[in-house]
Design a protein around this ligand. Structure first.
Ligand code: FES
Length: 98
């Protein structure tokens, strides 16, 4: 189910937080591609938008573990992967597939 997340695309290299259907998510534009993921580190309950982008990964601000923006794969074997969502831009608005 595609649901509108943002009224416009994030600026390149930034993460924008939103709540969609009660889920805290973020959307980012990284190297020209849009990504969306849960805005909660799988390690502990902290918003990933407090961290930073590094290459094609989002790095958590608390312990520095990182997660692939495409797949959600964790940098640590014993940490769950990040939940990611398909994302698209239509009429300048951003939609994610929940
Ligand atoms: S809370 Fe994110 S790496 Fe520990």
């Amino acid at each position: 189910m595609w649901v509108k997340a943002l009224d416009s695309a994030p600026k390149e290299g930034t993460m924008v937080a939103a709540t969609v259907e009660g889920k805290k998510i973020f959307v980012t534009l990284n190297n020209g591609s849009l990504y969306a993921a849960e805005n909660r580190c799988p390690h502990e309950d902290i918003e990933l938008t407090l961290g930073c982008l590094k290459g094609n990964r989002v790095k958590c601000s608390l312990h520095g573990y990182s997660f692939d923006l495409s797949t959600g794969y964790s940098s640590e074997e014993d940490i769950d992967n990040l939940c990611t969502y398909s994302v698209k831009q239509q009429n300048n608005k951003i939609y994610i597939n929940l």
